[in-house]
Ligand binder design. Structure first.
Ligand SMILES: [Fe+2]
Ligand SMILES: [Fe+2]
Length: 475
């Protein structure tokens, strides 16, 4: 169904035919806008930003671009088209018709899944609200705001499900999604990482590369859900999400490109010399990768989880690409070999029911996906003539959740003592000096086409515009 932009709330769900639901969402809309003005990107509400807006939900040519003031962005409710006769693709209900309404017995767990996903969307906008003030270029500023408005749209996606399918508690949860705030000591966001501010652009690119990719895999799992409205909602969110990871991958790639140029010019890879020249040395970048990757490992939950098993058994949350990548969709008695710590020695294999290992299966798929960008970055370092490789740390490194929580390993995953970990931490993870140095580079560059000195220009602009296009007209 086409998106109706004549309505107060743009949508492709025929909202006009359900007056109750329409009124409830129209009641929530001004609160959302109030939240956006209070906690959205600070200082740019009057600026005209070259943003894309969804015009349809099929993957090709689904968006249109134009300058808009962010508070006028048309946030709405867009679901992928309904697949006729869709059946549940996994678990105990495999092959049964997908649910169009919430099954009573799964109401609470489904609501929790939706609320947890929904909470991360506005949280990331809040975390990033000050970044605009130190943008490395107008191109980057526009990309930041594109990501921000779409995370706002993802909040709408989850709020729609809550309002449409969960009655009174759904409406209450929708309110709470605007009341919890990232970093608020009394009322924080649900997941720990989403309470840390992201106030430098290296962290922003790491976030969009690693943390948004976690989001992608959560959405891919939910896009398999037997609860059809949730599946369709997540399918369209994934279309939007691809750009967020593009921002991360190309952002880090451009930092590396700039550093490569400087290393070639100065004929050195010495971090001190490179810092004097105002670029980001690769060991520092590696420490940021170690930090962000390891904190994302925890977002998938424990390696062995009875909750994950229940979600799978009940058809609520599947595996990414369930149909394409797996043959056994019921997984009734399959076994999974899980690496667990063994005394002070390295890992040992423990066999657990496959259904309990769903978090780890999703985590592994995520890790494979993370490698793609690293391969590109490493190719560019090699091409520039340097013998350095950016690597992903072991999934056991620096964990706070699951069997590896609190177990000390080096980034390669070898067990080390607490003393060794403490002594080496400054070579493995960002130090205060690293963070201070990165902060010192953060100075706004807002002349069209100009770039901050620590990042190379992008290969091309957005939507075939030139790199020096005025992506944001700041007022
Ligand atoms: Fe999102
Ligand atoms: Fe995202």
């Amino acid at each position: 169904m086409a998106i109706d932009y004549q309505q107060k709330i743009p949508n492709n769900v025929d909202l006009g035919t359900d007056r109750r639901l329409q009124r409830a969402l129209e009641h929530w809309q001004p609160r959302f806008l109030e939240w956006w003005r209070d906690l959205g990107p600070e200082g740019f509400m009057a600026s005209d930003v070259y943003l894309r807006t969804a015009t349809s939900v099929d993957a090709k040519g689904w968006a249109e671009f134009g300058h808009v003031k962010m508070p006028d962005y048309r946030w709405g409710v867009f679901l992928a088209d309904r697949e006729p006769d869709r059946t549940i693709g996994f678990g105990d209900y495999y092959g049964k018709p997908a649910w169009q309404e919430v099954p009573g017995e799964f109401r609470a767990p489904l609501r929790n899944l939706i609320v947890t996903q929904g909470d991360t969307e506005p949280a990331s906008v809040e975390q990033q609200r000050l970044l605009g003030q130190t943008c490395p270029s107008l191109y980057d500023l526009r990309n930041l705001f594109q990501v921000n408005v779409e995370e706002g749209r993802h909040l709408w996606a989850m709020v729609y499900l809550l309002h449409a399918h969960f009655g009174r508690d759904g409406r209450e949860e929708a309110e709470e999604l605007l009341h919890r705030h990232s970093g608020d000591p009394d009322n924080p966001r649900i997941l720990g990482t989403f309470n840390e501010p992201i106030d430098d652009w290296l962290s922003f690119f790491m976030f969009t590369y690693f943390t948004d990719r976690d989001g992608k895999f959560q959405l891919k799992s939910l896009a398999e859900s037997g609860f059809d409205p949730l599946a369709r909602t997540c399918q369209f969110m994934l279309t939007e999400e691809a750009h967020h990871m593009f921002v991360g991958e190309t952002g880090i790639g451009r930092i590396i490109k700039r550093t490569n140029q400087m290393m070639a010019d100065l004929k050195t890879d010495d971090p001190e010399t490179l810092r004097k020249a105002g670029v980001i040395d690769l060991p520092l970048l590696q420490r940021y990768v170690n930090f962000w990757f390891s904190s994302c490992m925890d977002l998938f939950g424990s390696e062995s989880s009875s909750n994950a098993a229940t979600y799978f058994a009940n058809g609520l949350k599947g595996r990414p690409d369930e149909k394409l990548k797996f043959e056994d969709h019921v997984v009734a008695d399959a076994v999974y070999e899980l690496e667990v710590p063994n005394g002070v020695e390295g890992p040992t294999i423990q066999e657990i029911p496959m259904r309990n290992a769903m978090n780890d299966i999703v985590r592994r798929a995520y890790i494979d996906d993370c490698r793609i960008g690293l391969t590109r970055w490493n190719r560019s370092i090699k091409k520039a003539g340097f013998d350095v490789e950016i690597t992903l740390p072991s999934p056991h490194f620096r964990r706070s959740v699951g069997p590896w929580a609190g177990v000390h390993t080096d980034p390669a995953g070898n067990r080390v003592s607490a003393e060794t970990f403490a002594a080496k931490a400054s070579t493995w993870l960002p130090t205060e000096a690293d963070r201070a140095y990165v902060k010192s580079l953060m100075v706004a560059v807002t002349e069209p086409g100009k770039m901050a000195g620590w990042i190379a220009p992008p290969d091309r602009g957005i939507n075939s515009q030139a790199v020096n296009y005025d992506y944001v007209r700041i007022h």
